[in-house]
Ligand binder design. Structure first.
Ligand SMILES: Nc1ncnc2c1ncn2[C@@H]1O[C@H](COP(=O)(O)OP(=O)(O)OP(=O)(O)O)[C@@H](O)[C@H]1O
Ligand SMILES: [Mg+2]
Length: 268
C-alpha cells in the first residue's frame, strides 16, 4: 500500500443527539477516527449503529434543528462543525462529496445526465466556461466507464440502468476531484456483477484521483476487498478498529466476530 500518511480528516469526539422526543437520543457517541490522504476506510456495523449519521455529519448534510452535534470534524485542519457557513458550503460537494445507495433518488428525473454531471462545477467553479464544463463532463463520464458519453450527456436518468446511474453519481461526485468521497452503501441496490464493477471503479478513483474514501457497507466481504482500514460501530460507538486484514483475521470483540461470521462463505 503506497500512500502518503497525510491526515485529511480527523473526527474527534463526534456525538450526535436527536431531541425530537422528551429524552434526547444519542445515535453517535464519542466517535474518533482519522482518515489519511488516499486511504479507503470502511465503516461497518449493524443497522441503526450510526454509520449514516456519522457520514452525513461529515458531509455537512445533517439538518441541525432537531439534533445537537458536538466534537470536531477537522477537514484539512478546519473544524466543519464551527466554521462559518460560507466556508462549509465551499467544501460541500466539492472537496467532500457523497454518494448514496439508490442513485435514482439522488438524481433528478427531469434533468439530463450532462446537466447533473456538471452541477458541482456550476456551483463551485464559476470560472469555468460552458465548453470547459462540457469537456470535463465528457471526460469524467468516460473515466467512470460510461461509454458513448456524448449521447448519454443528453439522456435522462430513467433511460439508464441502475449500474450506469451509480456511475453517473460517482462521476458527478468526483468531477471536481474531491479530497474525500463518502459512499454510503453505494452497491447495495445493485446485482453482484455490477457491484464488483462499482467497487473496481471506486478503487480506480482512489488510486488515480488520490481521493480518500469513507466506505459504508453491510457487505463485509466488499469491505475486506476494498478498504485499507475498518471501523466497527455498535449503538453509536466505535467498538473496534484497525487495519482491515488484522480486524478480519483477529477480531477482538464478539460483536465483530459475529459480523464476520455472518458473511456468506462462498464469497471468501
Ligand atoms: N430523526 C430521527 N430521530 C431520532 N432518531 C433517529 C432519527 N433519524 C435516525 N435516527 C436513529 O439514528 C440511529 C442511527 O441511524 P443511522 O442511519 O446512522 O444507522 P446506520 O448505521 O446507517 O443503519 P443502516 O445500516 O440501517 O443504514 C438509528 O437508531 C435511527 O433510528
Ligand atoms: Mg445507513
Amino acid at each position: 500500500m503506497d500512500r502518503k500518511e497525510e491526515v485529511i480528516l480527523e473526527v474527534n469526539h463526534l456525538t450526535i443527539e436527536f431531541h425530537d422526543h422528551d429524552t434526547p437520543e444519542r445515535v453517535v457517541d464519542d466517535v474518533n477516527f482519522v482518515l489519511h490522504k488516499q486511504e479507503i476506510l470502511g465503516i461497518v456495523g449493524e443497522s441503526g449503529s450510526g454509520k449514516s449519521m456519522s457520514a452525513l455529519a461529515i458531509a455537512g448534510l445533517l439538518k441541525r434543528h432537531a439534533l445537537s452535534l458536538s466534537g470536531e470534524i477537522l477537514f484539512d485542519g478546519t473544524d466543519l462543525l464551527t466554521c462559518d457557513r460560507e466556508r462549509l458550503r465551499s467544501y460541500q460537494g466539492d472537496e467532500i462529496s457523497m454518494i448514496f445507495q439508490e442513485p435514482m433518488t439522488s438524481l433528478n428525473p427531469l434533468q439530463r445526465i450532462g446537466h447533473q454531471m456538471e452541477e458541482c462545477l456550476r456551483i463551485h467553479h464559476k470560472e469555468m466556461t460552458k465548453k470547459e464544463r462540457y469537456d470535463r463532463a465528457i471526460r469524467t463520464m468516460t473515466a467512470v466507464g460510461l461509454d458513448d458519453a456524448e449521447k448519454l450527456y443528453r439522456m435522462y436518468p430513467h433511460e439508464l440502468s441502475g449500474g450506469m446511474r451509480q456511475r453517473v453519481m460517482i462521476g458527478a461526485a468526483t468531477i471536481a476531484r474531491p479530497k474525500i468521497l463518502i459512499a454510503d452503501e453505494p452497491t447495495t441496490a445493485l446485482d453482484v456483477t455490477i457491484q464488483a464493477q462499482i467497487i473496481a471503479l471506486l478503487r480506480k478513483v482512489n488510486v488515480k484521483r488520490e481521493t480518500a474514501i469513507l466506505f459504508i457497507s453491510h457487505d463485509l466481504s466488499l469491505v475486506r476487498q476494498l478498504c485499507h482500514k475498518v471501523i466497527v460501530m455498535q449503538k453509536g460507538r466505535i467498538v473496534e478498529s484497525g487495519i482491515t486484514e488484522e480486524v478480519f483475521e483477529h477480531p477482538e470483540q464478539p460483536y465483530t466476530q459475529a459480523l464476520i461470521e455472518a458473511i456468506p462463505k462462498v464469497e471468501l
